[in-house]
Design a protein around this ligand. Structure first.
Ligand SMILES: C[S@@+](CC[C@H](N)C(=O)[O-])C[C@H]1O[C@@H](n2cnc3c(N)ncnc32)[C@H](O)[C@@H]1O
Length: 207
């Protein structure tokens, strides 16, 4: 397989945001969950944030400090440009989440459609290790993946699909006793071409 960063840089260079199947104007569900669990001044990280507008909404709500991490330099550059002067308020990190050590502690870890790309056990192990290190006790993780009846591929890459129960079981397998389930739900994402993708989202609290 080609270097994952090459794949993602090509995607973000070739396509405008509205042509990306995962595009959404706003992530109302993520913003609401973060607002419910974070006070102003508590650190939030959007893992594999790409060009998502969640960071805009978090800044607009006065939340943060906010970090956006993505393997694609092109995606980060586009988000920075979109935010203009406000980009300086964000900690931007170009990194592979399976090979990353947090430089600080976070209160909220948000991942929409990143964990499901980790088809190798070793990558899931290092991801969960990074998440465990990044969150303090009581910190929250919100992980959205394709549901068990969702698409088998995303952006041309194989994915692992999860029901809330199997996602929780995988996190528990990688970090025994590390996280409690807070809630989980299934939902539909309507792509810009109006196809429906089945997702699940699981909200976890670090012990
Ligand atoms: C399907 S997109 C979702 C983007 C964003 N979360 C959203 O909801 O719009 C997956 C994102 O994960 C990033 N990504 C994929 N593998 C990654 C990895 N190992 N480490 C960090 N980012 C990764 C990609 O560059 C891309 O931006």
């Amino acid at each position: 397989m080609t270097d994952p960063s090459d794949h993602w840089n090509k995607v973000y260079t070739a396509k405008q945001d509205q042509s990306l199947t995962w595009y959404q104007d706003h992530s109302a569900g993520a913003l609401a969950a973060i607002q419910a669990h974070c006070d102003q001044g508590q650190a939030i990280i959007d893992v594999g944030g790409g060009t998502a507008h969640l960071v805009d909404d978090l800044l607009g709500a006065g939340l943060g400090p906010v970090s956006v991490l993505d393997i694609s330099q092109a995606a980060i550059a586009r988000s920075r440009a979109r935010l203009g002067d406000r980009a300086d308020q964000v900690d931007w990190q170009v990194a592979d989440i399976t090979d990353w050590t947090p430089g600080r502690s976070y209160a909220f870890w948000h991942d929409r459609a990143v964990f499901h790309f980790l088809t190798k056990n070793d990558d899931r192990a290092t991801y969960v290790q990074a998440m465990s290190q990044a969150l303090g006790a009581g910190g929250m993780a919100m992980i959205s993946t394709f549901a068990d009846d969702g698409p088998q591929k995303c952006s041309g890459l194989d994915v692992c699909r999860y029901a809330p129960k199997t996602l929780l079981a995988e996190i528990e397998r990688q970090a025994p006793g590390g996280f409690d389930m807070v809630r989980s739900w299934r939902h539909d994402h309507h792509t810009p071409a109006q196809n429906v993708q089945k997702f699940q989202t699981t909200l976890l609290r670090k012990r």
